[in-house]
Ligand binder design. Structure first.
Ligand code: BG6
Length: 490
């Protein structure tokens, strides 16, 4: 099966942090894929900037290596790679001074088409870069700015960052990336809910017992100790990715698939999240930090050793029980968990339906297990609807719990594009549906801040867990206290 590619208008895509990790691992490979699939119109250009003293040839070499390293062999094509690197220009530029800005201005001069500035740099530079973009007269009506998380480390700092960017750009020009929103299955969640009549009538507290959202990773700190130890799992994953998944899962049907309509509905969910403050934080949240254990068959050090700082109380795991105070969801717990160095890399949303009200079957038929819908984001993207059937064959009535299994890779046989591919093309198209609006980011912090404040008053409450497991036993207690259990993801 092939997918339809609709080319985008020609664009200039400027990457600040052009030699950084994000550019190398995600942005350049994503742009290469979109070119390869024929989505670019000419002349489209990519201008990389950073402080490194490189010239075009050296940067093209960097980009060539990035594509070779991060694009699957069967997607690589010599001629396409050369075509791709030839659209790259490099400018050495300093965000803190005026060095290089005249060169960037000259490179963009006389071009009045779509212009996107991707800030693949730390948030401390956002304000300064936006300010210079303005001073050098680089903002046109067709200009967009893209920023990555972390957008702040609490509500106050998020507001300050949003103000700094908002002083230069209109909200319609600001694209705040949460790459989870670009994942295929995350968008499929919207298709599943709103392109089918089947689920929506059941999607509420009358029929849903609870919801679980798991984003488990097997990796540890990787090379991001400096950033991660200041962030922790709550700021790195929950404030953005998990909360966004919760919003898409829980929101009302927007009137149309439009940036305002979708984001208005997500915002209502965020505002309905019941606050977790003070003592409640100890009851409704669990934070953990991994100690030495085994991952992917090998021994791995604990977080503190990996970090080289025995005193860190940064959490590498969070589990929490959230509630949404509205008519649809009152009384339905949403259990969220995420962590590093867990037993497997798996992200999924589990919707646990309520049991049938009355069984007509003899006890010998076996128990009627409640229906469950499992939306698997990664790996093995797909949807499994667990139902009860009669065990096939002769003999009496025996019941069996089986999945109606829809594995996307098997069903469609197409490469699942990386989230950045879709999101970058949406920026060029000017479609903000899959990006976070200012009020959403701030509402998410508003809910997270009191939990972080409560944690700060009790730093010793952090629970250790062995690397390669599913997290601290307290996380199991969190759900089992309610008579429920975590879905066994693998
Ligand atoms: C990033 C986090 O936003 O998401 C990382 O900063 C995390 O810590 C990553 O590893 C997970 O993304 P994915 O797409 O691999 O699930």
């Amino acid at each position: 099966m092939t997918s339809t590619i609709i080319p985008v208008d020609p664009f200039d895509f400027v990457i600040f942090g052009g030699t950084g990790d994000l550019a190398e691992r995600k942005l350049l490979p994503a742009l290469y894929h979109r070119q390869m699939d024929g989505q670019f119109s000419e002349p489209s250009r990519i201008i990389a900037v950073s402080r490194a003293a490189l010239d075009d040839a050296a940067y093209r070499d960097f980009a060539r290596k990035a594509v070779i390293r991060h694009v699957a062999v069967k997607e690589r094509d010599e001629a396409q790679i050369e075509r791709f690197v030839n659209r790259l220009t490099y400018i050495a530029l300093d965000a803190h001074t005026d060095n290089g800005w005249n060169e960037l201005t000259a490179a963009l001069k006389h071009k009045h088409g779509i212009r996107a500035f991707y800030l693949a740099v730390g948030p401390s530079l956002f304000g300064e870069i936006a300010g210079r973009i303005q001073r050098y007269g680089l903002v046109t009506p067709q200009t967009r700015i893209i920023v990555e998380k972390p957008i702040g480390r609490d509500l106050a700092s998020a507001r300050a960052l949003n103000d700094a960017i908002g002083d230069v750009f209109d909200e319609t020009q600001i694209f705040r990336i949460d790459h989870y929103l670009g994942k295929e299955t995350v968008q499929n969640l919207m298709a599943l809910r709103f392109a089918n009549a089947l689920y929506e009538p059941l999607w509420n507290s009358a029929h849903v017992d609870h919801v679980q959202i798991t984003v488990a990773e097997s990796v540890g700190l990787e090379d991001r100790a400096g950033y991660y130890d200041k962030a922790g799992a709550m700021r790195d994953m929950v404030q953005n990715h998990l909360i966004q998944l919760l919003c898409l899962m829980a929101m009302e049907a927007p009137s149309m698939m439009d940036a305002h309509a979708v984001r208005d509905e997500k915002l209502k969910v965020l505002r309905a999240l019941r606050p977790i403050t003070g003592e409640d934080a100890s009851r409704l949240t669990v934070r953990g930090q991994y100690r030495a254990g085994a991952s992917a068959g090998g021994a791995v050090p604990g977080y503190l050793d990996e970090l080289g700082n025995a005193g860190s109380t940064t959490e590498t795991f969070v589990a929490l029980k959230a509630e949404i105070s509205n008519w649809r969801w009152a009384g339905v717990p949403f259990y969220l968990r995420t962590g590093k160095r867990l037993a497997a890399r798996v992200s999924e949303i589990v919707i646990q339906f309520k049991p049938i009200p009355h069984s007509i079957f003899e006890p010998a038929a076996g128990p009627c297990i409640a229906n469950q819908l499992v939306i698997r984001l990664q790996p093995d993207e797909g949807v499994k609807q667990w139902i009860m059937i009669k065990d096939p064959g002769p003999g009496g009535m025996r019941l069996r719990h089986v999945p109606l299994d829809m594995s996307f890779a098997e069903a469609f046989g197409v490469r699942s594009p990386d989230a950045y591919e879709r999101l970058i093309m949406d920026v060029v198209r000017g479609n903000q549906t899959l990006f976070m609006r200012r009020d959403e980011v701030e509402a998410a912090w508003q809910w997270i801040d009191p939990i972080l404040e409560a944690w700060e008053t009790r730093p010793t409450e952090i629970q250790r867990y062995t690397a390669g497991t599913w997290g601290p036993s307290a996380a199991i207690g969190l759900i089992e206290r309610d008579g429920r259990t975590w879905h066994e993801s693998v």
